[in-house]
Ligand binder design. Structure first.
Ligand code: MN
Length: 495
């Protein structure tokens, strides 16, 4: 049995295979932004694209090669023209590939094993002759005949390849099989071995780790598990498994993982599931009373990964499973003081709302707490809405005028916006003279059906120093938004 490497190199293919995710197309600017953050994250190689596939990809790869200080790799079929185009794009590593499986030989290429062997060796020789480092992939390796696969690997090693990547192109491996195939290849091959797994059966990460057990010293991953069909092995999961479960080092600065995942979500428009490991919304969320109590006392009780280690933060979800300790922690965070009796009453109220299927956000908790603890009446609030006037006409920008009472003093504001909600928010900001207040998140739900449905607006407001959640419910979507916004501003100013 082989011993796994002490350190694993991370080859990121978010910009190549990840970009082949159905529905994803990134402009050069977006690719460049992403390449910079992958470089800061600490990946060892960035596969930036497939220069021969389009002029846009060629330009993006060229620009990234010029501006990003990490090894940039480009993909090329085992053809002179593809390889030339890749080298033209100034890459630091040429990744050339050809299929070796009977399925692809017969149905895709109509070539014999010997013909493909010659093409593979010639392609690698050509790359090496140009003075370029070369990585070779026998595409669909996992369905190839093993003796033939090993023969090709030996041939390209002799031809001067620096790395051989073993792709599970259609995601049909399982961990024990992957490990034994890699072990067999490892016995024959001295150069670096890399693996590229797809998630068709949900085993991309497990297979990648099995390949490391078998002797691979580099792994291919994509942020948020993006990639063709069910995607590639997920960067976050592979890296954290290596670091925590296997105690194997990588060059990744793990606390940048969460921000990079968010950036990829934003640029590709593809959101990760809430229950996705490490970067999902629920990955560090606790709602059940028992868990919350324990986690607050000692995080390792129910947190296998420290949220700050990946740049995320713990979230306590208020719902029917919340207990007294969770509510107390949340109230402390919001700097609201209550006595034991009041705390119990507040907890019961939140649980009741949860039982009714209502999502309870910070603002609701504040309202409940203030109601029960009798902290503040409506008149005492820092900011109150007195009046609002809204003008919308087809083909014209909406204009909103508002009158607020701020600490007892009337203030007026007027502004236009891209829509009525935007105009109103801008008018409120101008009345307050608070330019720093920004709306960081805006979420609108219709509670019931029909055009008279209740609009439920949940927002996150911030002023650069503090942020808070707030909510507004109204049959008028503008009023629901205004209520949420003013609630949020009050929270910020009163914190
Ligand atoms: Mn792939």
């Amino acid at each position: 049995m082989s011993k796994p490497a002490k350190k694993i190199k991370i080859f990121d293919t978010t910009l190549r295979d990840g970009e082949q995710t159905p529905g994803v197309a990134l402009t050069t600017d977006k690719k460049l932004e992403l390449a910079h953050s992958l470089s800061n994250l600490g990946v060892d190689v960035i596969e930036a694209g497939f220069p021969m596939s389009s002029e846009g990809d060629y330009n993006a790869v060229k620009k990234i090669s010029k501006e990003v200080d990490t090894v940039i790799c480009g993909l090329a079929r085992a053809l002179k023209s593809d390889i030339d185009k890749c080298i033209d794009a100034d890459v630091g590593l040429v990744h050339t590939f050809i299929s070796t499986s009977p399925q692809h030989l017969k149905h895709q290429m109509g070539k014999s094993e010997d013909e493909v062997y010659d093409m593979a060796v010639k392609a690698v020789e050509y790359v090496v002759d140009q003075g370029m480092p070369c990585m070779f992939s026998p595409m669909d390796a996992s369905r190839s005949r093993i003796p033939y696969l090993i023969k090709v690997c030996r041939g390209v090693e002799e031809a001067g390849a620096q790395i051989i990547n073993i792709p599970d192109t259609v995601g049909v491996m399982y961990p024990s099989k992957m490990r034994s195939i890699i072990e067999e290849i490892r016995k024959e091959i001295k150069i670096d071995l890399d693996v590229h797994c797809h998630n068709d059966f949900g085993m991309a990460v497990a297979n990648t780790l099995a390949a490391v057990e078998g002797g691979c010293n580099q792994v291919q991953v994509a942020v948020n598990g993006l990639g063709e069909r069910a995607g590639n092995a997920d960067l976050e999961q592979v890296v954290m498994s290596l670091e925590i479960l296997y105690d194997i080092e990588t060059n990744i600065e793990t606390e940048r993982i969460y921000p990079v995942s968010k950036l990829v979500e934003r640029l590709t428009g593809i959101r990760v599931m809430p229950n996705f490991p490490i970067v999902g919304d629920n990955a560090f969320a606790h709602e059940s009373g028992i868990h919350v109590h324990a986690v607050l006392k000692k995080p390792i009780t129910f947190e296998p990964i420290k949220p700050e280690m990946v740049g995320a933060r713990r979230r306590l979800v208020l719902g029917k499973h919340i207990g007294v300790h969770g509510i107390e922690a949340k109230l402390n965070e919001l700097r609201i003081k209550v006595n034991g009796e009041q705390l119990k009453e507040i907890t019961n109220k939140v649980k009741d709302l949860g039982d009714m299927g209502k999502r309870v956000v910070e603002e609701d908790l504040v309202a409940i707490a203030e109601d029960i603890a009798g902290k503040k009446s409506k008149k005492e609030r820092t900011v109150e809405l007195v009046d609002i006037e809204l003008n919308t006409r087809l083909g014209k920008k909406p204009i909103a005028s508002v009158v607020l009472r701020v600490r007892g003093e009337e203030k007026k504001g007027r502004s236009e916006g891209v829509g009525p909600v935007d105009a109103t928010m801008n008018a409120i900001k101008s009345a307050l003279g608070e330019r720093d207040i920004t709306l960081e998140e805006y979420h609108l739900d219709a509670i019931t059906g029909g055009s008279d449905a209740l609009a439920d607006v949940i927002i996150r407001v911030g002023n650069g120093k503090k942020t808070t959640m707030a909510r507004g419910v109204h049959e008028d979507v503008v009023m629901a938004s205004v209520t949420a916004f003013i609630n949020g501003i009050n929270r910020i100013l009163e914190l």
